[in-house]
Structure formats: structure tokens, C-alpha cells
Design a protein around this ligand. Structure first.
Ligand code: ADP
Ligand code: MG
Length: 417
């Protein structure tokens, strides 16, 4: 069967690791594809690797296999082995669709025209050449594409970093002028907090691109922030949905696209609570003004040269304070010592976590910070540092307090009901 593509609508349907781990889950995922077809769409399916750590074809398992031979991994070969998880998933999903009577074809990221740079492990999509995908769609086939991967102009296989399949989905969506991108996962959509931490978290009917980018950067891993940025630039709506229910999920779009003002509730101060763990606070107390003798710039230049990313930065005349990931503490200490600092001059607080209240509606609203600190004080949670943007307030707390802090803020901002 062939059809005129210009008269039909293309939809991207991305299924995460927990949506394709078992035959039953894959059948549910395939049903979503068949439903889209029945509704007149040409579906392009993007899949992640099957399951989580410990399962045979999951990304972490493949990495473990490589490191079981030799601990030190070459980034190029590491990308090669990691790309296999999505390729296996693509083949299995293609077969599942065929078994359900649907014509389907599987493609690697490279075959689907995903062209990237060569920063292995965390590459960026430079171009998408969707010609081959389009040809198969014209033949009436469902195209299944391996997420999380691409190919460089030199033919190297690359991967996009954790959550990268979301980015494959939205990049294909923009290149194919899809009507929308559906991100299927194991929860009802974007929720007011991680439902694994806050049982009374509620799905949001709609969020703006900028709000979900903020939430994702602050730890809500339900969708990758880069994926949202690509969709935003391309003007394509995203819908985040549960593979295992018929709930409508969360629409991500420009707020102006949502006509029903009761849905977007932009007047609400907070839309959600996000959290990040495994953070270390670094504090440098100095006798002299850090602006003098170039000390301040030396510190941040040296950390940047060592590719250490810093967050929650506060600079006062005699104090420099920032946070880093727990995983780079030793490296950061070496960098700071190389600037002549003694170990005892470097204050280190490991085992921290960051909790954030997010909402575009908080801009210019007085009292939001008061609400945050009161809620945390009532819960007996000590604050080590804070920061804010136009759409969020973040507090650094100890990791053991993160559950309490998240739940307390969720209640204090009226998100539970
Ligand atoms: P997938 O494998 O489908 O990509 P992820 O594990 O990347 O799934 O993302 C889904 C998970 O994100 C959920 O299971 C949930 O625990 C977590 N999560 C964190 N914050 C939120 C939030 N605000 N809304 C929904 N899910 C969230
Ligand atoms: Mg994900």
C-alpha cells in the first residue's frame, strides 16, 4: 500500500525503557501505534533500550559487560556497545508490530538520518536527514527508529547521553513536520512531583515548554530538557503519556496554544517540585577579597578547564560557594589544590540534595521564598544554600531530608489537591 504523505499526519511515538522491557509491555506499546494508525496517522516509533540495569539488553548491562573485560572504557567503543541496546529494542519492536499484522521496518539512528558531532557519550544532533524514513512512510510502513544514537559525518556511531531517546523523538518530529511527539513512559505524564517520592503527586494537564525545561534541568527526568528545547524551536507540541493507561497525559506547548485557560493555570505560583541528589557543596572562605589578585577567576577557569560543571554559585567578597556532583569531588580537590589552596582551606559537604519549587507564575510574586523557608523550617529541614530564577527557587539540603523536604513543599504549595 502506498499513500500521499502530504495529506496525512505524521506522529512520533517514543517508548522508554520501562515501556518495552517485557513482551506484555511491548504489546501495549504496539497497541498505541496501531491506534494512531487507525486514527489516520503515519507513526514513527522511537524506542529506548529494553528495561533497566540488570536486565540483559539494558544500557547499563551492556556497559557492565564491556567493563567486566577491562575497566577502562574508550569513549568510542563505549558508544558502540551502548548503541546496541536500542538497536536490539528496535528489531524486537519491529517484530512485535509485524506479529500484530502491521507492516514495519526498523532503522538505526544513523540509518534514520540522525547526524551528530563526535563528542562520544554526550553528543548533539547537528542535522536530521529524514528522506529514508519518509520513503518508508510513503510505502505505508511504520518506521521504528533506535533512539539515543546517531552517526557522525565520519561514520562514527555516537550516543546522546541519558534520556537521549527523547531528543531523537523531537528532532525527528521537527524534521518530519510531525503533528506532535508522544513520549510514552511509566507514569501518567508530567506530575506535580516524582510520584515515586510523593504518592499524592498529580498529573498536570498542560505545561509550557519553558516550565518543563526548568523542571527537567532541576531533576524531573520524565523528559530530557534538550528534547523539549528542540520541540520548542520547531514549534511542535509534545504529549507525555502512560503506555499502560488511556489517560490523556500532559500537553507541553506554548501556553498561548492552550485555549482553555483553566487548564494551564498560569496564575498558580508553583506547578511542581523537582529534586536532584548526589551533590557536594564546596566552600572557600578567604581572608582577603576574592576579587583581588584574580583568585575568583582562577578558581572558575580551572574548574571549567577540568570540565567540572558547577551549580548554585554564590560569591561574596570573602566567600566562594558552589556545588558539584559527588562523582567529581576528588578531581575538584586536585584542581583547587593546584591553585595553591591547602586541603583544610577547602570546605566540603558531601551527601547534599537540591529541592526546587518550579512555576512560571512565581515571577514577581512576593512571599514565595518566605513560604519555602517556613515550610522547610516546620519540617525541621536545614537549608545549606539557596538560589532562584524567574521560574524557580532551589534549596540545598542534606540528602536524608530530601523526601521530607519534597513532600512538605508539595503540600505547602497546594499541589496535592
Ligand atoms: P523512560 O524510561 O520512559 O524514559 P524515565 O525513567 O526516564 O522513563 O522517566 C520517567 C520517570 O521520571 C518516572 O518513572 C518518574 O519516577 C520520574 N519523574 C521524576 N519527576 C517526575 C515528574 N515531575 N513527573 C513525572 N515523572 C517524574
Ligand atoms: Mg527517560
Amino acid at each position: 500500500m502506498s499513500c500521499e504523505v502530504s495529506t496525512v499526519k505524521i506522529i512520533i511515538q517514543k517508548f522508554g525503557g520501562t515501556s518495552v522491557a517485557t513482551p506484555e509491555q511491548r504489546e501495549k506499546a504496539a497497541q498505541k501505534v496501531l491506534e494512531a494508525k487507525a486514527n489516520g496517522y503515519l507513526p514513527v516509533v522511537v524506542v529506548s533500550a529494553m528495561g533497566r540495569k540488570g536486565e540483559p539488553y539494558a544500557t547499563d548491562t551492556l556497559l557492565g559487560l564491556m567493563k567486566s573485560v577491562y575497566e577502562e572504557a574508550d569513549p568510542r567503543e563505549q558508544d558502540l556497545v551502548m548503541s546496541c541496546g536500542e538497536i536490539i529494542s528496535t528489531v524486537v519492536m519491529t517484530q512485535t508490530l509485524r506479529a500484530m499484522g502491521c507492516q514495519a521496518v526498523g532503522l538505526t539512528g544513523g540509518q534514520a538520518g540522525i547526524i551528530t558531532d563526535e563528542s562520544f557519550g554526550n553528543t548533539r544532533i547537528l542535522e536530521v536527514h529524514p528522506g529514508r524514513v519518509m520513503d518508508y512512510l510513503k510505502e505505508g510502513k511504520v518506521v521504528v527508529v533506535a533512539g539515543f544514537q546517531g552517526i557522525s559525518k565520519n561514520g562514527e556511531v555516537t550516543t546522546l547521553g541519558r534520556g537521549g531517546s527523547d531528543t531523537t523523538a523531537t528532532a525527528l518530529g521537527v524534521a518530519l513536520h510531525a503533528e506532535s511527539v508522544e513520549i510514552y513512559t511509566d507514569v501518567e505524564g508530567v506530575m506535580t512531583a516524582d510520584p515515586k517520592m510523593v504518592p499524592e503527586a498529580k498529573p498536570l494537564m498542560a505545561v509550557s515548554y519553558s516550565e518543563i525545561v526548568e523542571m527537567a534541568h532541576l531533576g524531573a527526568k520524565v523528559v530530557h530538557p534538550r528534547a523539549v528545547e528542540i520541540a520548542m524551536e520547531g514549534g511542535i507540541p509534545i504529549r507525555i503519556r502512560n503506555t499502560f493507561s488511556d489517560a490523556p497525559g500532559t500537553l507541553v506547548c506554548e501556553s498561548s496554544m492552550v485555549l482553555d485557560k483553566t487548564v494551564i493555570k498560569s496564575d498558580r505560583v508553583a506547578r511542581g517540585i523537582a529534586h536532584l541528589t548526589d551533590i557536594t557543596q564546596v566552600r572557600l572562605d578567604r581572608q582577603h577579597d576574592v576579587n583581588e589578585s584574580g583568585f575568583l577567576s582562577q578558581v572558575f577557569r580551572a574548574l571549567a578547564d577540568a570540565k567540572i560543571s558547577v551549580d548554585l554559585i554564590s560569591v561574596l567578597p570573602t566567600i566562594i560557594c558552589f556545588t558539584i556532583s559527588d562523582s567529581v569531588v576528588d578531581k575538584a580537590l586536585r584542581v583547587l589544590e593546584s591553585l595553591g589552596l591547602k586541603r583544610e582551606e577547602i570546605g566540603i559537604t558531601p551527601g547534599c540534595a537540591k529541592v526546587s519549587v518550579v512555576g512560571a507564575g512565581m515571577r514577581g510574586v512576593p512571599g514565595v521564598m518566605a513560604e519555602v523557608v517556613e515550610a522547610l523550617a516546620d519540617a525541621g529541614v536545614r537549608i545549606y544554600q539557596t538560589s532562584d530564577s524567574h521560574a524557580s527557587i532551589s534549596c540545598l539540603v542534606m540528602k536524608e531530608d530530601i523526601l521530607k523536604a519534597t513532600r512538605e513543599l508539595h503540600t505547602a504549595f497546594g499541589l496535592g489537591g
